[in-house]
Design a protein around this ligand. Sequence first.
Ligand code: ASP
Length: 306
Amino acid sequence: MNKWGIIATWKMAVDGVAIGADILKNKGKCQDAVEKAIMEVENDPLYTSVGYGGLPNENCEVELDAAFMDGKTLSMGAVAGIKDYKNPVSIARKLSEDRFNIFLVGDGAEAYAHKNGFIRQNMLTERAKKTWETRMDEITQKNLSPYDGHDTVCMISLDSEKDMAVATSTSGLFMKKRGRVGDSPIPGSGFYVDNEVGGAAATGLGEDIMKGCLSYETVQRMRNGVSPMKAAQSAVEDFSEQLRKRRGVAGAISIVAMNNKGEWGIGTNVEFSFVVSTDEKELKSYLATPIFNEDKTIKEIKIEEM
Ligand code: ASP
């Protein structure tokens, strides 16, 4: 049984997880660990799918989504389509303290952030703008899909008082329509945590993840006694199968999960990197690769240290 732990989606989370692990190691709280860890990723302009430097929508505006949930009280807060604020995850956390109006979008979220003293910042970098211009040309000249280029940072943590928290932050799909919201700020779809069981969070094609409420589904499987690894992988596989059967295609879906004993797991239907640190095992990045059967079902997931 781990005393504390933190798991995050994608290798880009590695510096953030180091900060979160440090907080947890020093008996800090899980809420601070996930917030500070995600802020680190949001602040890095090199990560093109989260926070500052995140890729813009089809109108070349950076619209961000973020969420925060506390596993002890089940308090949650979220923002969607927010522009020009430095740390959406912190705004989401602040909203989780409220009784009403805990999920705000667009200019309502911006007005709340302004009123509560959050830092305003133009989130569009020169680099992201150039990528947008190149993609615009590619879309018109080569008829390419506009939506490649996304990845949400999600973190789940357990602290030494056995409290748990989860948070997410993303710029969503590159070239998304103005006002498009994915799974990341939607409770149950992009994230969920309950101290009595554990937490889960998702990354991938939000439009498909939302159809299966996959974070809640993963937590429910853990509630029924299934390990985080089995819960996350079976949730992804079962739902991908449903999507293929009923709609002909399943988008990319990856899930991280951790239970209240600090055991962790992942589920994925694509190649997927993630980062974990616990009191028993130092911080490591991993790569998960699904191996497919001929009928496109998943035979096994290979997990290697990166
Ligand atoms: N799930 C995010 C969204 O659909 C994107 C991602 O995680 O890749 O907005």
